[in-house]
Every structure is written in structure tokens, then in C-alpha cells.
Design a protein around this ligand. Structure first.
Ligand code: GDP
Length: 480
């Protein structure tokens, strides 16, 4: 009663490579022989627009039959608004930009004009809707990706023109690239005397984000988040990039999507902001989110107005869940309350089982085993070193390693100690962290352990290389 990527692809009449690519974008490395979990299957089917008979979660026996009976309905796919995340270095103007966009694109006369902070909002740009995730910074973005949620269509990276590319700017670039999401650069604070747009162009180019006017692919828009200058150009650019992506969803099915924020409200109980990604979410619908479930008692939009239904790319705040879900969890609507309840309790049982025999998600030993069994062809590595020279040397030598079909990809290589952000990126990308001449503190070690991220520490480059090479050969002497 298990299904591999290859088998699912065949049942769905899709290419295995597309499924592998999709799983990779969600931070899961897989091959044609990878056995899929029920959640993976559900998410893949959703992504490829196939209606899943929801019983597959509980009746795993006839899973193949169930999938056979699914059908994809291209004709029902309609375009949906893009979902945008704003990232960048602290104080470069992310919050100011989010506020300016919200203020200038929500006319006060509009239905329920007063905006509420629910974690995401929608504005109109030239009659077209755009959804913004209202939590600036990459923590939220990566935390979601670490849980497998891929909700952002475009990342706006804000860089202050009077300050230049800074560490968190680079992190934002890494995150957007690792997720395969297109970038639009907002060169901010152009109203300030020290602003130097050319400098931003070249510094971003040095970090792998080449401006369009220099023959690259990324559009840079000079703005002042404070005065509002250039912000409408930025929004039009976002629409342009979104159009090229041809974002679509079928609104005519039971809803599914992702939790953006959730909290326990004293008076109302669990409150969650959901971003609908497919289908239409309605009051009275029964949903499952992770191991929580419930019937939606009330939907509220980002203007604090009660609404009856939410369509794709629309954020809504809901009440009616039995517990507080986690941000980044996927939600799904089911046609009966009973089914939702059964699925949630089934998941809870499975979660308890899993927690009981928890092992680290991706240790070097795991990798070696997977490679040996032909299940894995790429190793993602994150390098942290004491000095730039070592980071570069290690990166260069690691990237030269090649054993059979197995490749190594260095997704980040920076100077400094291991941070929480490194752990999150490693979780999201199934990466191993290589520390060179550094010692992570206890809090970071604990975090890594919780997330199942392996940290390998070395002081000698060739030792690190030797170890990695034997892992790539599928051989690794266990225990260090
Ligand atoms: P965040 O940390 O990236 O969210 O940055 P904020 O939005 O909090 O902005 C940091 C500071 O820069 C605040 O004092 C803002 O008023 C200021 N700021 C943001 N954008 C601009 C701008 O375009 N021009 C000027 N002069 N100041 C700005």
C-alpha cells in the first residue's frame, strides 16, 4: 500500500521529473523510487490540479484505484492573483513599504476601509489584485518552506540605496533562489542624500542577481517607501512578472491552502489566517489543518469584514478550529465534518507514532545510505567558516567533488557562526551544514537537533572533503 514517485507519475499521466522538481521546490529531495507519504501525495495531486478522493488518507489500501478516478480539469483553471513576500536587511524599509502599499492601494471609501492585521492583505493595482504576506523578513518565509509550504510567487527584495547589500540581503537572495521564486529588487530610500542606485546594481550583480539593464533577468525598481515615489512602478513590475508566470487555480472545488498565522484568542478560541490557494473556502466548510480540524464558523477579510467565501490567493481569518495550527501547515476542506474529524485523528495517531521513533531528518549517514540505494543524486551543503578564505576554498573544493551521478550543491557559503536562519534554510533544503573552524553554541545545537539538521564540524579541509566523498560513494563509517 505504498506508492513511489514513479508509480504516482504513471497513474497521474505526468512526468516523474515534474513531480521530483515540485518536491524539490518544497524542500524535499526525491528520486523516481522515493516512497511518498500520504501528505506528499495529497499535495502533489493538488499542485497538479487533480482532484483527490479524500478517503485515500484513511483507506490506503485502494489508493491506486482512488488516484485512477481523479481527473484533472484544465478548463476550470482560471488566473489568480500573485502572492508576494517582501524580504531584505533590517531597517531597509520592508515594513514601511508594506504600509505604503496598503495605504495607497486601499481607497478609504472602499467597502470596510479599515485594514486589520491578519498576516496578509490584498490590494488592487490597475484593477488587478495582488496579495502581500504581511510578515516582513525571511524567517516566516523559510519557516513555511521548512514545513513544505510553497506559497510565495514572487519575492521583493528591498535594498536601501544609502546602505547597500547587507548580510540579510544576501540571505534573502539565497532563500528566494533556493525556493526557485523570481525576484524583483526594490532599491529603496532614493529620497535620501546618500542614495546610490548604481552601487546597488553592482552589489546585487556580485551576489548573483543581475539587473535586466545589464543583460540579466531581474528588474530593479528605484523607490522611496517613505514618500511613495516609484511604488506604483514597483507594483506594475510585480504584475508583469506575475503575468509571465501564468498563475492559475481552479476555484470550483473544495478549498485548500496554507496557514499564514494562528493564535489563541481569549474570546474567540483558535483564530487562523488562511491563504486559499485552490478552490473556494466557504463559511460552514469542514477543514483539516495538520492535526487540527473544525467547521468554519466565520470568515473575515483583511478589512475586518465578514465574508461568505474566499477564492484562490485570498487571505481570510477564520474561527472554528478545535486547536491552534502552525503557520505553514496545509489546510484542506472536506465535504463532511465527519471525514475531517477522521482524517485529523488519523494524522494525530500517525504523528504520535512518528514522534516515538523519531530520527534525524537528514544525517550524513542517511545520505550515504540513500545514495547507496540509488535514491539520491544531490547533496545540498551549507558552509559556515571563520574567515572568507576558508569558506571560499571549501566551497570551491566541495563543488568539484563528483562521484558517479552524485553531485554536491553549495546553497550558502558565508563567514560567521551558525545561526537559526542557517538551520531553517538547511531544513527547507534538506541540507547538511559544514562548519569550518567554528563552534555553534548550545542553543543552535539544540535547534539543529530539533529540526533534524546535521552539523559537521571540521578544521582541516581535506578531512571534510574525504568524509563527504565517502558519503557520496554511499560508504560511510558510522559514529563519530
Ligand atoms: P524594516 O526593518 O526593513 O521593516 O525597515 P522599516 O520599514 O522599519 O524602516 C526603517 C527606517 O527607515 C524607518 O525609520 C523608516 O522610516 C525609514 N525608511 C524606510 N523607507 C524609507 C525611504 O524610502 N526613505 C527614507 N528617507 N526613510 C525610509
Amino acid at each position: 500500500d505504498t506508492l513511489t514517485v514513479g508509480q504516482l507519475a504513471e497513474l497521474m499521466h505526468k512526468k516523474s521529473s515534474d513531480i521530483i522538481k515540485f518536491l524539490f521546490m518544497m524542500g524535499n529531495m526525491s528520486t523516481i523510487n522515493t516512497v511518498l507519504s500520504d501528505e506528499d501525495i495529497e499535495i502533489i495531486c493538488l499542485e497538479f490540479g487533480i482532484e483527490v478522493e479524500k478517503e485515500i488518507v484513511i483507506e490506503e489500501d485502494n489508493i491506486e484505484e482512488q488516484i485512477e478516478s481523479m481527473h484533472e480539469d484544465e478548463s476550470k483553471m482560471v488566473s489568480r492573483p500573485p502572492i508576494i513576500t517582501i524580504m531584505g536587511h533590517v531597517d531597509h524599509g520592508k515594513t514601511t513599504l508594506l504600509d505604503t502599499i496598503r495605504k495607497t492601494n486601499v481607497t478609504s471609501g472602499e467597502f470596510g476601509g479599515i485594514t486589520q492585521h491578519i498576516g496578509a492583505y490584498q490590494v488592487s493595482v490597475k484593477g488587478k489584485k495582488v496579495t502581500f504576506l504581511d510578515t516582513p523578513g525571511h524567517e516566516a518565509f523559510t519557516a513555511m518552506r521548512a514545513r513544505g509550504a510553497q506559497i510565495t510567487d514572487i519575492v521583493i527584495i528591498v535594498v536601501a540605496a544609502d546602505d547597500g547589500v547587507m548580510p540579510q540581503t544576501k540571505e534573502a537572495i539565497d532563500h528566494a533562489k533556493a525556493a526557485g521564486v523570481p525576484i524583483v529588487v526594490a532599491v529603496n530610500k532614493i529620497d535620501k542624500p546618500g542614495a546610490n542606485i548604481d552601487r546597488i546594481n553592482s552589489e546585487m550583480a556580485e551576489n548573483g542577481v543581475m539587473p535586466e539593464e545589464w543583460g540579466g533577468e531581474t528588474i530593479f525598481v528605484p523607490i522611496s517607501a517613505k514618500t511613495g515615489e516609484g511604488v506604483s512602478d514597483l507594483l506594475e513590475t510585480v504584475l508583469l512578472v506575475a503575468e509571465m508566470q501564468e498563475l492559475k487555480a481552479n476555484p470550483d472545488q473544495l478549498a485548500s491552502g496554507t496557514v499564514v498565522e494562528a493564535k489563541l484568542d481569549k474570546g474567540r478560541g483558535p483564530v487562523a489566517t488562511l491563504l486559499v490557494q485552490r478552490g473556494t473556502l466557504k463559511a460552514g466548510d469542514s477543514i483539516v489543518v495538520g492535526t487540527c480540524y473544525g467547521r468554519i464558523r466565520k470568515l473575515t477579510n483583511d478589512r475586518g469584514m465578514e465574508i461568505k467565501a474566499a477564492k484562490p490567493s485570498m487571505p481570510v481569518e477564520i474561527i472554528g478550529l478545535n486547536d491552534v495550527p502552525r503557520a505553514g501547515d496545509v489546510f484542506m476542506a472536506y465535504d463532511t465534518y465527519k471525514k475531517a474529524q477522521e482524517i485529523a485523528s488519523h494524522r494525530l495517531e500517525k504523528q504520535i507514532l512518528k514522534e516515538r521513533n523519531q530520527t534525524s531528518a537528514m544525517s550524513l549517514e542517511d545520505l550515504a545510505r540513500k545514495i547507496d540505494q540509488g535514491e539520491m543524486q544531490e547533496i545540498n551543503i551549507l558552509i559556515k567558516a571563520d574567515v572568507q578564505g576558508s569558506a571560499e576554498a571549501l566551497k570551491a573544493s566541495i563543488e568539484k567533488l563528483e562521484v558517479g551521478n552524485v553531485r554536491v550543491s553549495v546553497i550558502r557559503s558565508t563567514v560567521g557562526t551558525i545561526t537559526e536562519s542557517d538551520i531553517m534554510l538547511a531544513t527547507a533544503s534538506n541540507a547538511i551544514i559544514y562548519g569550518f573552524n567554528i563552534r555553534p553554541n548550545a542553543a543552535i545545537r539544540k535547534k539543529a537537533e530539533e529540526e533534524g539538521v546535521e552539523i559537521r564540524l571540521h578544521n582541516i579541509i581535506y578531512k571534510a572533503l574525504e568524509e563527504l566523498e565517502s558519503a557520496m560513494k554511499g560508504l560511510l563509517a558510522p559514529v563519530y
